[in-house]
Design a protein around this ligand. Structure first.
Ligand code: AMP
Ligand code: FES
Ligand code: ZN
Ligand code: ZN
Length: 311
């Protein structure tokens, strides 16, 4: 029988890549300390920061919000209602319930009012929904953080998310994406600082934390995520990890330590300028959100210009 390394009681959790056995109570302590250490290690934020936690209703972002709150950060939530049927309705309710539980404010951005819902945008965009949805979410996270006076945006990306993206970027040697892959993106040119404090914790570890601390989270995946390639990369990484525990963590940390610094000194910095329509930072003339907005307005015009079928 495995025993908790802290109190010698019966362990309920074993973390193979740390060779660590813990009881539930000490697991919660270990998890929260690890988040605090990650914040310190990368210099992500200070107690004086005003943190906006982007919450999706899933285990990662709600766990992150709870940990930051318990660690004493001034952390409020931002939920972007993407209008994806029951999935969005349910996740919004869970975020609201959670904000009441911890007594922190939840800001809600309603995409149907700001732009249009993801299923509607999907009808006029041939790309997978997740790719334009990602840029829409990033746009509103940044916009609302600035509008509401927050100094940092925190997202719930975990080690599995980060290594899946890393693997995909390495396989295509996408140096520009690799250079931007970091758990801390400093405030710059109209972008608020962005941090990923769960980047050294696996999906399983976050799920365990959420279950042990009774967080009510949405278990379903977004219906558009079904064929996402990131799921394949996660499966491949999981197989390697199973055979050789610790690979994921090493892959990610060694990339940050050995490879990324060399990349950032060798690549041309991307020049950003204000979008000529909305003024938000972008690499081109018009930002991706305004391009979607333009496509939507063309479609609406086409619909209103159709002849009236009524006699
Ligand atoms: P995903 O891109 O769905 O893997 O989510 C990555 C992170 O983005 C989550 O951990 C959240 O921090 C944030 N996020 C995802 N969906 C939403 C949403 N609807 N509203 C606010 N934040 C979100
Ligand atoms: Fe954006 Fe699924 S959450 S498409
Ligand atoms: Zn213990
Ligand atoms: Zn714009």
């Amino acid at each position: 029988m495995r025993r908790c390394v802290k109190c010698k009681e019966k362990a309920s959790i074993y973390l193979p890549h740390h060779r660590l056995s813990l009881c539930s109570q000490h697991y919660v302590e270990w998890f929260e300390e690890r988040v605090q250490r990650t914040i310190k290690q990368f210099g992500m934020m200070e107690k004086r920061d005003r943190v906006l936690v982007a919450v999706s209703g899933g285990k990662d972002s709600l766990s992150l919000w709870q940990v930051l709150h318990r660690l004493g950060y001034e952390a409020d939530g931002l939920y972007i209602d993407l209008g994806i049927g029951d999935y969005s309705a349910k996740s919004k309710e869970l975020c609201k319930k959670f904000s009441e539980r911890i007594g922190r404010k939840l800001h809600i951005v309603d995409l149907s009012q700001e732009l249009s819902t993801i299923p509607q945008i999907k009808q006029l965009d041939s790309r997978p929904a997740c790719s334009f949805c990602g840029s829409i979410k990033r746009y509103y996270m940044n916009l609302y953080a600035k509008k509401l006076g927050y100094t940092v945006v925190a997202t719930g990306h975990n080690l599995d998310d980060e290594t899946a993206v890393l693997l995909s970027n390495v396989l295509s040697w996408n140096l520009q994406y690799l250079e931007r892959q970091t758990p801390l993106l400093e405030e710059k040119d109209g972008f608020v600082r962005k941090v990923k404090p769960l980047c050294l914790l696996t999906e399983r570890e976050t799920a365990l934390y959420a279950v042990v601390t009774n967080i009510d989270y949405i278990e379903e995946e977004c219906p558009f995520a079904e064929n996402a390639t990131s799921i394949d990369y996660k499966k491949i990484m999981a197989q390697i990890e199973e055979k050789s525990p610790g690979t994921k963590l090493r892959f990610y940390l060694e990339f940050l330590r050995k490879v990324r610094p060399a990349l950032s000194s060798g690549t041309q910095p991307v020049t950003l300028k204000p979008c000529s329509v909305c003024g938000e930072p972008t690499v081109g003339e018009i930002c991706s959100l305004c391009r979607i907005r333009r496509k939507l307005s063309v479609k609406t015009q086409n619909i209103t210009e159709l002849p009236d079928p009524s006699p």
